[in-house]
Design a protein around this ligand. Structure first.
Ligand SMILES: Cc1cc2nc3c(=O)[nH]c(=O)nc-3n(C[C@H](O)[C@H](O)[C@H](O)COP(=O)(O)OP(=O)(O)OC[C@H]3O[C@@H](n4cnc5c(N)ncnc54)[C@H](O)[C@@H]3O)c2cc1C
Length: 309
């Protein structure tokens, strides 16, 4: 049992696992509601590879790490919010509350728990790709596409979702779809051609360029095609197994898992809420922040009215 012999551990109104866009937004609302909150965080937000975040008002183009530093400072101004920079490694219901075991061997307790631990992208093992992730190898045109307007763009075929990506990208510039040895049916080929997409069937061997910049994609047979940005839609997994440990329902999607939540961000386990990328398929900072706010409102209601019947 988590925390056996530590029955005197401080009990918070809420434990938040993950102190990034979703978790900090929830902490801000709960702090303003004068609730005691413990934010556990390992400081590994998903977009830490990018030097600029786009698409959020008042923050468009800002460094995501600087955004989070400002958010942490603003949340820290509320005296009932406590931060612990460590990993949550286990969680279980403990009488009327939840006990969360930490990597530093401590245990914290909370009446409610909010899972906001984000996801991990599983990048293809291609020479030159990982070091350009978030800079010239990108996944989201709304986040980073504008900066590559009218440049030479590519989409790497990784899954059936890659065709969808290849249909979108010509909006931002001339696009090649790199099949990488895969195949597509004649109808899809015709749709892509109507969008002006060039189709390259060869296997992809690697990426080259100066530093984080991309200048060309290397193809089987020694050919190189000049390229400024490569789009990929990688599969992903949860950053933590806490949802499984708590017994929450999880759905399998085309690229990765999604935690099942209702419109108030409640999971199917009473007292367990979830927010951010782990709860949705559209992954943006704005959605994560909105999720955190909604979860905070739901937790505050739970603390006043108890669980809905
Ligand atoms: C390369 C890249 C660029 C992006 N650019 C943009 C952009 O320009 N605009 C935009 O809107 N979106 C962008 N995104 C998407 C954006 O990063 C996510 O939608 C957003 O970070 C989700 O926020 P979150 O709070 O759900 O999770 P995250 O930001 O991933 O935060 C999860 C937090 O939980 C912590 N954590 C994980 N496990 C534990 C644990 N067991 N215990 C304690 N803490 C834990 C992590 O360290 C992390 O701090 C980008 C994504 C990528 C990959």
């Amino acid at each position: 049992m988590i925390g056996a012999g530590r029955e005197n551990a401080v009990q918070y109104d809420a434990i938040i696992v993950g102190g990034s866009f979703a978790g900090l937004s929830a902490a801000l609302y709960l702090g303003r509601a004068r609730r005691s909150v413990c934010v556990l965080d390992t400081r590994m937000p998903r977009n830490r590879f990018a030097d600029a975040s786009h698409g959020q008002f008042a923050q468009d183009g800002n460094d995501p790490q600087a955004m989070l530093a400002t958010m942490r400072a603003q949340v820290a101004a509320y005296p009932t919010v406590h931060f612990v920079e460590t990993q949550a490694v286990d969680a279980a219901r403990d009488r009327e509350a939840f006990a969360v075991a930490l990597a530093n061997s401590n245990v914290v307790r909370g009446t409610a728990i909010l899972l906001a631990f984000g996801i991990i992208d599983i990048l293809p093992d291609l020479p030159g790709l990982a070091e350009r992730w978030g800079r010239s190898v990108i996944h989201c045109p709304y986040c980073h596409g504008y900066e590559f307007s009218d440049r030479r763009l590519g989409v790497l075929n990784l899954s059936p979702m890659s065709v969808h990506q290849a249909m979108l990208i010509p909006q931002w510039g001339p696009t090649t779809f790199f099949l990488n040895g895969g195949t597509i049916d004649p109808e899809t080929t015709a749709q892509l051609e109507r969008r002006g997409v060039a189709i390259e069937p060869a296997l992809v061997r690697g990426l080259v360029g100066e530093g984080v910049h991309l200048s060309a994609i290397q193809l089987a047979g020694g050919r190189e095609q000049p390229l400024d940005a490569l789009y990929i839609g990688p599969p992903y997994r949860f950053s933590s197994d806490l949802a499984e440990r708590l017994g929450c329902a999880i759905e399998d999607g085309m690229l990765g898992p999604t935690l099942t939540v209702d419109e108030m961000k409640a999971t199917d386990i009473g007292g367990v809420y979830a927010a951010g990328d782990i709860t949705r398929t559209g992954h943006t900072v704005s959605f994560a922040c909105a999720d955190g706010v909604m979860a905070a409102l739901a937790i505050h209601r739970l603390l006043i009215f108890g669980a809905p019947t």
